[in-house]
Design a binder for this molecule. Structure first.
Ligand SMILES: Cc1ncc(COP(=O)(O)O)c(C=O)c1O
Length: 455
């Protein structure tokens, strides 16, 4: 869907900006150093500001807007639910909550019958860890460097990126390990097979040295999201499963970013021939129209809580206004063949085009991805693979990435950039024309980073 933004409205722009700057305390920011874009509206894969500019959203907001802005079916589902029963507390049974739980269970592997609903991804991970600790009686949790699991106390400690640093120590029982990252192999591997093998050997050593008798869970993003669209090499996740079985550890798959279609499958782990013990989700379950997340619980773990009380809960767990667009999401996915179109667009349109960009632009080191989830890794030198900007770059150090993002925005594309990477993550309903248009814009904007490399 391409949409023309309404005319500029400078008065509204100033009013929205003014209230925001005076009264809204923003996430992850030095408050005086930011300039949030006032957004007036959106439709499909596009949103627009009050200055008459529209943006094709190649970031799906925070990689949650899988069905795009203002999807009529999701909006209608919320409206219908609001007119019928706007809220109900979690200890009562509710038709909408129950139906969504059943549908989520139906798309999950056999033996995953139950869903614990949360308000978002962080508290999904928080509660998954809580379950694992209670079931195993073991407290330690292993998580990857280069990961993001949310901002609540255990979830931010699990996180393997700089967002954790200022929050430490929040949960003393978390240990980080290196996951596979073939392009910048921490194991000096030179093939995906070797990367998987060595990453598993490292994980096993970590388990042994930390003490298997102390480790309750391992949490892994099935494809690492914000920290790089890192696709696990063949055999890695099944190997993790095997280690978890051998050492009595619960395997938690964090599917918050890749679940619900981002990779062209309901769950990301389906691509890697593995079944975890707990599945956490949020974002795509209802495209974030109303906050919702949760844990899909394997029957083995759920059975533990048949007679033992689960010591966790949230006032809004399974909120009907959030579950209603979740049910509508299932309907839209089936009716519109969303999973099939994601696989088709990813392989037929995105992959070849990004590979062309990799061949053409000296600043592109690698492109990788699956479905509608891709990364372009930018480098100063293709031989040494020196990143275009340093890890955790900010301010002047990040200028080349800021210049790239500015070129995209000027051309009408809202990009996702993180450190030295550009991620391609448009809404799953993006039209083929818009997808190609967005890739064209990125292709041209890469001339800015090429010039940086040449200078
Ligand atoms: C993989 C992953 N896990 C957890 C979270 C946290 O989700 P939320 O922001 O809904 O708490 C995110 C958010 O980006 C995520 O990408």
């Amino acid at each position: 869907m391409s949409t023309i933004a309404p005319d500029a409205d400078p008065a509204a722009d100033a009013a929205v900006r003014g209230d925001d700057r005076r009264h809204v305390f923003h996430s992850w920011s030095a408050q005086a150093l930011i300039d949030p874009l006032p957004v007036a509206g959106g439709a499909g894969a596009t949103f627009w500001d009050y200055a008459g500019r529209s943006y094709l959203d190649f970031s799906s907001q925070l990689v949650n807007l899988n069905l795009g802005h203002q999807h009529p079916d999701l909006v209608a589902a919320i409206q219908e639910q609001a007119g019928r029963l706007a809220t109900i507390q979690p200890s009562m049974a509710n038709d909408t909550r129950g139906e969504l739980a059943r549908r989520i269970s139906e798309i999950s592997p056999d033996g995953f019958s139950k869903v614990f609903f949360t308000n978002g991804g962080a508290d999904a991970n928080e509660n998954a860890v809580r379950m694992a600790r209670l079931v195993t009686g073991k407290r330690k949790v292993l998580a990857m460097y280069r990961s993001y699991h949310g901002n609540t106390s255990t979830a931010i400690t699990l996180t393997g990126d700089p967002r954790r640093w200022a929050n430490e120590p929040a949960d003393a029982s978390v240990v980080h390990f290196f996951g596979p990252y073939a392009y910048r192999s921490p194991f000096h591997a030179d093939s995906p097979e070797q990367e998987a093998e060595r990453a598993l050997a490292h994980l096993e050593q970590t388990i042994i040295l930390e003490g298997a008798s102390t480790i309750g869970a391992i949490i892994i993003e099935s494809v690492v999201g914000t920290n790089g669209v890192l696709i696990p090499p063949p055999g890695y996740l099944p190997g993790v499963r095997e280690l978890c079985d051998r050492y009595g550890i619960v395997y938690i798959a964090d599917e918050v970013m890749v679940g619900f279609g981002r990779l062209g499958t309901w769950w990301g782990f389906e691509n890697f021939d593995v079944v975890p013990d707990l599945i956490t989700f949020a974002k795509g379950v209802n495209s974030g129209y109303v906050p919702l997340g949760g844990v899909v619980v394997s029957d083995r773990i759920a059975a533990h809580f048949d007679t033992v009380s689960f010591p966790g809960g949230l006032t809004y767990s399974g909120h009907p206004l959030a579950c209603a667009p979740g049910i509508a999401t299932f309907e839209v996915f089936r009716r519109d063949g969303i999973l099939e179109r994601v696989r088709d667009l990813g392989e037929r349109v995105v992959r070849p085009r990004l590979e062309q960009m990799a061949a053409r632009h000296p600043s592109v080191g690698e492109v990788r991805g699956l479905g509608l989830f891709w990364a372009i890794e930018l480098v100063r030198d293709r031989q040494t693979r020196a990143p275009l900007v340093p890890f955790n770059a900010a301010g002047a150090d990040a200028a080349p990435m800021a210049a790239f993002a500015a070129a995209c925005k000027k051309a009408g594309l809202w990009p996702f950039t993180h450190f030295n990477r550009v991620h391609v993550a448009p809404p799953l309903i993006v039209s083929e024309d818009d997808l190609v248009r967005g890739l064209d814009i990125i292709d041209r904007a890469l001339e800015v980073t090429d010039a940086e490399v040449a200078s």
